[in-house]
Design a binder for this molecule. Structure first.
Ligand SMILES: C[S@@+](CC[C@H](N)C(=O)[O-])C[C@H]1O[C@@H](n2cnc3c(N)ncnc32)[C@H](O)[C@@H]1O
Length: 245
């Protein structure tokens, strides 16, 4: 795969039917995620990049926000639409690195490492530019992602056990900051092989990308409960504002 290519539907094609049972429980605390996001834009307009099956978007809409979501996977979006409350979320199918984003928004968010789905630094910076363009003055952009840990990735191939039901086989390219992995999921519905391609971003790199796009870091926590971000944090929740906001 050319790493600069637009995103594909490969993830959703394999995962849509299993996502809520298998992957969603590995995401951050959804209730806390929704409370955190809702507090940033009470009653406002929000956009989720990589909305998936609506794990966050549906309960956020139930808090009174007007929520839209974009996802490249038809299968994932179909799941969202079929759920109770799914009709309250306006959905679009497309690559959030490519499609014209509507707007303006009070809040744009991308959670559960989904920003890393853009596979080059250029595409990630371009995405932040487009987000900044669609935010209202004072609007917020929120990113949740794991903090890269090269010691865990290794330098070539890394085989690591992701738990009793999962085996990850990953190739790490420390120059491009990419991980190309196969997650082998042992499910009661059979074995599923999940293709994962991501370009991870250092938190300091993300801050610089945001500045290039005209935003500044407002806060960074180690989780959705406002945990302090420390050297031991595995993940970060970073909030950016447009300049002057
Ligand atoms: C890990 S899931 C997260 C789903 C949802 N945000 C959540 O937290 O439950 C990542 C989602 O992002 C979508 N995705 C990844 N890269 C994308 C891109 N460049 N454009 C649109 N959707 C993308 C995938 O299809 C998938 O549904």
């Amino acid at each position: 795969m050319n790493r600069a290519e637009p995103a594909t539907d490969a993830y959703g094609t394999v995962m849509a039917e299993l996502y809520d049972d298998l992957l969603a429980p590995m995401a951050g605390d959804t209730e806390a995620t929704v409370a955190f996001l809702a507090a940033l834009a009470p009653g406002g307009r929000a956009l989720e990049l990589g909305v998936g099956t609506g794990r966050v978007a549906i309960p956020l809409a139930a808090c009174g926000l007007q929520v839209s979501g974009i996802d490249v996977s038809v299968a994932m979006v179909d799941r969202l639409r079929a759920k109770p409350g799914g009709g309250a979320v306006t959905t679009g199918v497309g690559d959030f690195g490519e499609v014209a984003l509507p707007g303006p928004y009070d809040l744009v968010y991308v959670v559960f490492n989904t920003l890393y789905g853009l596979l080059t630094q250029d595409r990630q910076v371009e995405c932040l530019h487009r987000v900044a363009d669609r935010l209202r003055p004072g609007g917020r952009f929120v990113v949740e992602a794991f903090r890269p840990d090269p010691a865990r990735f290794g330098t070539a191939h890394a085989d690591r056990n992701g738990g009793p039901d999962r085996l990850d086989v990953a190739r790490h390219d420390p120059v491009a900051q990419t991980l190309t992995a196969r997650q082998v999921l042992l499910t009661t519905r059979g074995v599923r092989v999940l293709p994962v391609h991501m370009r991870y971003v250092w938190p300091s790199e993300l801050d610089l990308m945001a500045r290039i796009a005209g935003m500044r870091l407002v806060s960074r926590c180690g989780g959705w409960h406002g945990e302090e971000y420390t050297r031991d944090s595995d993940t970060h929740v970073s909030v950016y504002a447009t300049a002057g906001g």
